[in-house]
Design a protein. Structure first.
Length: 513
């Protein structure tokens, strides 16, 4: 994937919709002498939808909502071959499920990410170039959640005894990463090229402390009676401090044979301190049978080291980390046929993924799960895509994926996914209509049962009209049919799936200046 950001856009947008949805963004670029400055700022908020769902702390139902807000700011300064980038992202959600539980007025999740990066490019010749990249990023994540029902720790279960629920405020803030990358492009000739480089990263994660009114560590470790503090007090470490050094070496060679056969060979070596090393090869062969038909044979290996929250979670009655985890790897095969004609494109592919040392959650009793390495069955399936240009105004696209075999870690995913897209363009009008179907999916419940969630269709639409060369008006509708549908939760604390929002309408105006 090659993402190229626009650098000459000057536009501002305002939008409003149901659920008191507010949206605004600004994108602008200016030349100041030899320096080019680009700014993108985006802010969005809404009051959320309402849901009537089973209460996670009783046999009753409860009405809850999911208000949210998020913001992005991206500033880029470019002077000759030097680029400075500043980025900040933050989002916040309230009331809706936190740690698989509901608590209106208390549940809260705040995430922030800030980064600064400097990129220096070097042009050695017409055939070779390099860049050096330095970056620093820092994250913030705070979670408020209610863990037990009122009265669960009363009587002899707490000291002094209290009928309060167990409330948590967990702070995972302060994680930082420094990164250096040296990348090189060498165009050896018109038939071949070579890319190679080096990447170094250092990750520092401080210890995370939870504020709790009952001592979470006592509860997690079965130390009864659990100490009751009468207030939210920072007493319990829920994730250990950790540091990680990562080194990566990579190279990719591309060659064109007879103008019809494209070969790509890649190799990457990664070393993670205290975890281990992995060499991951990549292979790609694309052969053009004729002007209309081509075939692709692709192979690649992916390597994922366990994350800090999979290794170092502790004093947690829900999920425990495992510092002895090994990295998980996956081997992917793809065989794809592609057909291209003047107005029509078709592709049909077979894929297969085989896992080694997959990181999974295993129940260890009393509703607690622990991260473990385990063997998983392979995932296999087929994918189909079709696009057809009916005329200058109409275009159709469709896709279908069928998973014939599914790994155990993917039980939450649907076996069948399909989509149908219709595009219409005439004069100043543009209409997009997209229908997406998800097949049945499964979830584990708090009672240890497996529940099958029904398949569903979703329809999205967008109507856009150019009022003038500088003004544009659009109406976007999500879940146009106002479909009720549920998706599997990430935890096993619920008895049914997680509901999703109904119909959302957003009217937006864009001004180009």
């Amino acid at each position: 994937v090659n993402i190229i950001t626009r650098s000459d856009a000057n536009e501002v947008s305002l939008g409003y919709g149901n659920l008191h949805h507010r949206k605004a963004y600004l994108q602008t670029s200016h030349q100041i002498g030899e320096m080019e400055m680009s700014l993108f700022a985006h802010i969005e908020a809404d009051d959320g939808d309402e849901y009537n769902v089973p209460d996670t702390f009783s046999v009753d139902t409860i009405t809850t909502d999911d208000p949210g807000e998020f913001a992005d700011v991206n500033v880029r300064l470019q002077w000759q071959n030097t680029q400075l980038t500043l980025q900040h992202h933050q989002h916040r959600t309230e009331n809706f499920y936190a740690l698989g539980r509901l608590s209106n007025g208390f549940n809260d999740n705040v995430v922030q990410l800030s980064s600064i990066a400097i990129k220096q490019e070097f042009d050695w010749s017409e055939a070779s170039s390099s860049y050096l990249w330095f970056s620093y990023s820092r994250t913030k994540n705070k979670i408020n959640a209610q863990l037990t029902a009122p009265g669960s720790l009363s009587g002899g279960a707490s000291d002094p005894s209290s009928d309060e629920a167990l409330f948590l405020q967990i702070d995972f803030s302060g994680s930082s990463e420094q990164r250096i990358q040296w990348h090189n492009d060498w165009y050896i000739g018109h038939l071949n090229s070579l890319q190679f480089g080096l990447e170094l990263r250092h990750i520092n994660v401080p210890a995370s402390i939870a504020k709790n009114n009952f001592d979470l560590g006592d509860l997690a470790n079965g130390n009864f009676p659990v100490r009751y503090y009468g207030e939210l007090r920072a007493t319990t470490e829920v994730q250990s401090e950790s540091n990680r050094d990562i080194a990566g070496l990579y190279a990719q060679y591309q060659h064109l044979f007879f103008d019809t056969t494209h070969l790509t060979l890649g190799l990457r070596y990664d070393h993670f301190s205290d975890i281990g090393s992995q060499t991951s090869p990549r292979f790609g062969l694309v052969h053009e049978l004729n002007n209309n038909h081509s075939i692709k044979l692709l192979y690649g290996e992916a390597y994922r080291a366990p994350a800090e929250n999979e290794l170092f979670l502790l004093n947690n009655p829900l999920v425990l980390g495992n510092p002895d985890l090994d990295p998980e790897t996956v081997q992917n095969w793809d065989f794809i046929w592609v057909g291209r004609w003047s107005d029509t494109g078709v592709s049909l592919g077979y894929f297969e993924s085989r896992f080694q040392n997959a990181i999974v959650q295993v129940g260890i009793g009393d509703g607690t799960v622990k991260q473990e390495n385990g063997n998983q069955d392979p995932s296999k399936g087929v994918e189909f895509e079709l696009s057809h240009q009916l005329n200058e105004q109409w275009m159709l696209r469709s896709s279908y994926t069928y998973i014939s075999e599914k790994a155990g870690i993917s039980f939450r995913e649907a076996d069948q996914i399909g989509s149908l897209m219709v595009y219409y363009q005439r004069d100043r009008w543009n209409v997009n209509l997209i229908a997406v179907r998800h097949g049945e999916r499964e979830m584990n419940t708090v009672d240890g049962e497996v529940v099958t969630l029904s398949n569903y269709w979703q329809v999205f639409g967008k109507l856009r009209f150019e009022l003038s060369q500088v003004w544009q008006l659009s109406v976007q509708i999500k879940n146009l049919l106002d479909k009720d549908y549920w998706v599997p939760p990430n935890t096993s604390t619920l008895t049914q799936g997680v509901p999703n929002r109904g119909r959302e309408v957003l009217v937006e105006s864009v001004w180009y200046f």
